[in-house]
Every structure is written in structure tokens, then in C-alpha cells.
Design a protein around this ligand. Sequence first.
Ligand code: MIG
Length: 635
Amino acid sequence: MIRRYVIGNPIETDSVVKVISPESGIVPYFQTLDKEKALTLPMSKWDKVFGLGETVRGINKRGFKYISNCKDDNSHTEDKNSLYAAQNFFVYYGKEQCFGMYVDTPGKVCFDIGDTDINVFSIVFEDFDSNIYVIDGDSILDIVKQFRGIIGKSYIPPKWAFGFGQSRWGYKSAQDVRDVVNNYEALDMPLDAVYLDIDYMERYKDFTVNSETFPDFKGFVKEMKDKGIHLVPIIDAGVKIEEGYDVYEEGVKEGYFVKKENGENLVAAVWPGRVHFPDFLNEKTRKWFGDKYKVLLDMGIDGFWNDMNEPAIFYTEDNLRDVFEEIKKYEGKNLDITSFFRFQGIVEGLQNNPEDFKRFYHEYKGKRYRHDKVHNLYGFNMTRAAGESFERNSPDKKILMFSRASYIGMHRYAGVWTGDNQTWWSHLLMNIQQMPALNMCGFLYCGADVGGFWGDTTEDLLMRWTEFAIFTPLFRNHSLRDTRNQEYYRFTDKEGFRNLLRLRYALIPYLYLEFVKAAENDEMLFKPLCFEYPDDEMCYETEDQLFMGDNIMLAPIYKQNATGRYVYLPEDMKMVRFRSFEDYDEEVMQKGIHFVRAELNELLVFIRKGKSLPLAKPANRTGDIDETDLTYIKY
Ligand code: MIG
């Protein structure tokens, strides 16, 4: 049962597609504190909270506060309250009460889950106005399914997007991309896509291609397609200010960009230098910007990733001017340490300054809103612009699309990747723990930068990460320029990596079937153990294992130098230790705790009783997999 409660005068977000008439009473379970703009709930010692999508920390979110405020923060340490997403759905699971809640408001909201007071859950709003959906059900999975039923079906990408994609910020030319593809081919390693980061553009201008480094782009796309390789270019939110650039000129002429209070277009700076931001909340702008993707679709492109759409801002022109003024005050003074740090902070504070979000406005559903009031809808609507345009311009062909910033509702148009992680073991664990929370919020096509984005990866980390990532729908190795190159062919155990990539391709029939089932039935692909076994206390303690689809459980190794791990089996299972798709051993194991061994090049899959794991003969492209020729490992 789902009930809707209205607080104040909420801004419509289009995240819920089912019409639910509002209740007259006050929000149940919580106490409403009007003056504090908060909802509070005392928590019993045992009570747990699950969900909130892409956030830091573990699967049970208790013990920290999470602030929905889409943020370009490239250091995902565990003290960070906000990452790129705003996904305000959670399930409260206590001994006394159990319910789901979706807090639908486009502004800033803080979920303080036993942070300020270990026994209190409070939801604190910047603006109290919101739609609150309360979901009662028989189990966590039932609540999730009901919630998913009101937000619309999850995006399903084209099948090739389940293949492996190689990416790097730093592939500078068609020749660089060719080299990557040739290296994979030379080692007979599977690959379906190569991603193009901002380097492919002409001076970082959206919907342009650098004609010196990528001469005859259309021909190059075809050359790659003939080899079965899809190129996936990035699109950024900011539009470069440059005379003669059509996107800029049309946007100015038609008034498609966000404006300041005085009516001038906001000037900010991102990679292209000075930019204007399209007003994606405005339907007309969405249509216009969405149609621009056609420039690349017409060249044969069939996939995109949307970046910098929180939006990320290096600085705004107005703030820069103020900062220069401010700095002058310090000139020639003998700075004491306090004023020195203040001085230093002034310049550092230019980037992603929250005050800048109060400088500009949107035209949204016939009204004008200051950006900070609708901030969390920006990336969603950029990606929606693309998704709606694909429906118009490419109705018969599925297009790959995923985004960095997100809000619930965007899951109907695209997936997400989890942004700039680090080459840390803890971020492999975070990847494992984020997947089910994202699924709860409708985001099924997801993945992290495999191997880690920032920093130099190591062979063992990349291998362990890959052993998990071959089960994630988006499977992409991506990294930052000037870090160690991390394409799989560069490492010592080439055979080990080849085996893992091939195992991914052998798994694609299972992965795809389970994905489509989850999308069509509003279910989760990755499930924490306790979602299936709510009466088994050990399952709550086990936050580093997941059910994946209906048939298997994963227990990834995410620790340096580990050659095994403790695994908890909530039921009898058959363990399969894979060295490759055809070299594995099987062992039936009893419910309980076991220490299981897995060398660096070995990975563990646990098959549930009465189920089986189908494996195809691997191919080097998704399209070449023979789905009629499957081997089943059965228990
Ligand atoms: O400010 O396009 O998260 O994946 O490689 C950095 C360059 C901008 C951030 C993305 C990352 C991408 C990078 N982008």
C-alpha cells in the first residue's frame, strides 16, 4: 500500500509516474517538526535503514548523515555526505515497524540516520515542501517492488552495452583508439566499446569533433563498427561561449540558457573555458539540446555518457570578480596564520561553490525557480533531454546512455556510473555495496570505474575488481589521464585477464536475462542477503556478499593479498571456483560460515539449490555469442 502526503507546496519533479491522490493526515511513523523543517523518528537498537542509492558507507545506512545535493566531488572518502546523486528512497526496517519512504523534493535534504543522535533518524529539509510517499508491505523486497511500480520501468540498454568497454581520459586521437582495439584483438581479448572522453571534441565543444585528431569521424565510426566496436562519446553540460559555434549561438538567440536575476545568461567556466548552461528543466531547451545528439547519431554513434551535470562549476564569472576584489584586501598586509588560511580558502572556494547555485534561474513548468531550489533535477533533465530525443529520433534502435548526476525518474532514461573513484581496495567494496542501493531506486544499468579512476592501479586490485565487475551490467575500465595505463593487455597475467573477460561474455545470457526480468518486474538485480533472509541475523552482518539475479550469490574478494575469505551461506549452496569459463571446480557446501580459498586469478560463485548457472561459449563481441549453445552448472 502506498500513501502520499503533501507538505507545503512541493515542486513537481516527474519522478513518480503513477497518480496517487494525497492523504489528509500527517506523515505516519515520523513526528513532524514544522519549525525545524524536520521529520524525526526514534530508532530502536536493532533498527536498520537501507537504500538512498549512490552514497558512501555500507549497506545498512545507520550511523551517518547523507545529504541529497548532487555534487561534483572527486574524493569519495567515507566522510562525504553528498556524492553526484540524489536518490531519496529508503526502507526503514525495525522490529516494531517496517516501511519504505520516498522523499520527493528537488532541493537539499539531509537524512540524519543516527549521526547527530545515535537513536534518532531525522530528515531535515532546506525547504520543507515535498511529496512524501509511504510504502507499507510484507517485506523489504515487496516494499521496493511497490515503490518501483510507481516510478516507471527502468531503462534497458542495447545488448552490446553488456559487453566490455575500455575507456580512458587521454585517448587523444583516432589512432589512439585504433591502438587500443588492436591491442585487445592481438591478445584475443573480448571488447565491445571504446569510450571517447572530452579529448575527442573540438576545444571541448559539445556535438563537435576535433577534425585534426579524428579526421573523417564518420568513416572512423564505420571502421570501428565493421570490427564490431561501438564508440561512446561523452557530452558535458556546459556549452562553450564562442562566436560561430551553432549550439552557443542558437542557445543565446532562443533563450535556452539559464539566466541570472538581471536576465543575462550566467557565465561559468568548465573544461571548454567560459560556458553557458542549458536550462534542461525547460521543455523547449530539452527538445533543442536533445536533438543535438542527432549530430553524432547521424555519424553512426549509438551510445553516450553525460558528465558534469550536477552541474560541476569551476567558477562563475561573477564570483571570480568578487574573489579578485577580496584578495586585493590582503595585498601588502602582514598575514597572520588565520588570515593566511582565509586568503588561501578564498581561491579554493571558487570551485563548486554552493553560492553560485543561487545566482541563476530556471523556467520550469511555467514558473521561475532559483537553481538551488531545483538543483537535484539538473542532471536528470539533461539526461532526459537525451532519452526523449532518442525516442523521437531513433525509435527503432536502443541507444546506450548513462549519466553522472541523477535523481529518481532518470532511471527510466538511462543508467549511471558512480564517478571518480580511487584505485583503492575500499572503493571496490564501495562498488559492491552501492549496487543494491542503486537498484532499490530503479537504477539497474550501473557500474563503477573498474580499476579505479584516480591514482595508479595495481594488477592485483584490477584483477579482484574485475572479478566483481564482470557481474555488473555496466562493465567499464576507466581512468584518469597521467595515471598508470590500465588497459588489460598491459599487465603481466594476460591470460588471467583474458579468462575473466571471456567469463564475462560466457555470463552475458544469464546477466541479460536477469537484468531484463528485474527491469520488467520492478525487481532488484543485486540483493543484500538480509533482503531474502530477514529472519537470519547473520545475513544482516554480511554486507560484502550479494545475491545476483535469482540463481547465484557472489562473495567477492576485496582485500589486498587475500587468497581467500570467510563466506556466510544462508542456505546450502554449490560453490564454483572459476579459473576460466571452462576451468572450474565445484563443491556443495552446507549453510553456515566457511573459509574459502581463491587465488588472485580465481573467483567464486555460489549457486542456489535447484538453480543453475548458464554459460555460453565466449565470443569476442556480444553479438557473436551463440545463445542456443549453453552449458549449465547445476545444483
Ligand atoms: O572534471 O571528462 O567523472 O569520468 O574522465 C573532470 C573528464 C571531468 C569527470 C568524469 C570522468 C571524466 C572526466 N570528467
